[in-house]
Unconditional design. Structure first.
Length: 250
């Protein structure tokens, strides 16, 4: 069997109602996985699932709020056969740290960090009980490894996600559960395109060694590597996909 293939695997993607999550769901389905897409906006999920199915993929939807432990508990039956978990759900609240509201801090940490842990824990319990192991892929960010202004809670959450990836990898390796992280750099999306066309955006772009933004497709290879058997001897790893941004000169 092609070691890139995900045939016979079940993958759950959180935060799959748009952006990276929806893209990841399509990539995994195209590789042969049966995909479960989870998010709060079920109406949007149904449209994404229909798109995957129309392309001959297999996809079902799951109402899921990762910041709510009761929602995760209700989703437990859907986790029973999951081989691959992509912890993608995340939010950002930007602005100066001096004015960062407690409610905004809680929302970011609860979604990006606590939610990632609770989903990983629930999936790992199911994987351990099944005895077949599995792969957990945590979507981090280069902001978990290097700092930028105005995103304190987001940066803290992504730094925590990277440390959690390593801690869980250590504990769960004995069960055949691999836990790795994918840390994207700046990506070209509809939401941020106007910024990159501004003078500030153009100046930041010059600091990326490859002198370009990443495309969603630039994450496909690393995602499939971590989801497939090709990474069977990788756990606790953090793969950065950033055009060399982290190694740029000060």
């Amino acid at each position: 069997m092609d070691r890139w293939s995900l045939n016979g695997k079940v993958a759950l993607v959180t935060g799959a109602s748009g952006g990276l999550g929806a893209h990841f769901a399509h990539v995994l389905a195209n590789a042969g996985a049966e995909v479960i897409i989870g998010a709060r906006r079920e109406d949007v999920l149904r449209g994404i699932a229909a798109s995957i199915v129309s392309g001959c993929g297999r996809c079902t939807t799951l109402a899921l709020d990762v910041s709510d432990s009761a929602s995760i508990a209700a989703a437990a039956p859907a986790l029973e056969n999951v081989d691959i978990l992509v912890n993608n759900a995340g939010i950002v609240r930007d602005g100066p740290a001096l004015n960062h509201a407690e409610a905004d801090w809680d929302a970011v940490i609860d979604t990006n960090l606590k939610g990632m842990f609770l989903m990983s824990q629930a999936a790992a319990c199911a994987m351990k009980a099944r005895g077949k192991g599995g792969a957990i892929i945590n979507i981090a960010s280069i902001l978990g490894l290097r700092q930028a202004g105005g995103v304190v809670s987001y940066a803290v959450s992504k730094s925590g996600a990277i440390q959690m990836t390593k801690a869980l990898a250590l504990e769960w390796a004995r069960f055949g559960i691999r836990v790795n992280a994918l840390a994207p750099g700046y990506l070209d999306t509809e939401l941020n395109r106007s910024f990159w066309e501004s003078e500030a955006g153009k100046a930041m772009l010059k600091r990326i060694p490859q002198r370009r933004l990443g495309a969603l497709e630039d994450l496909d290879g690393p995602l499939l590597l971590l989801a497939s058997d090709l990474s069977s001897y990788m756990t606790g790893s953090v793969i950065t996909v950033d055009g060399g941004h982290l190694v740029s000169s000060l």
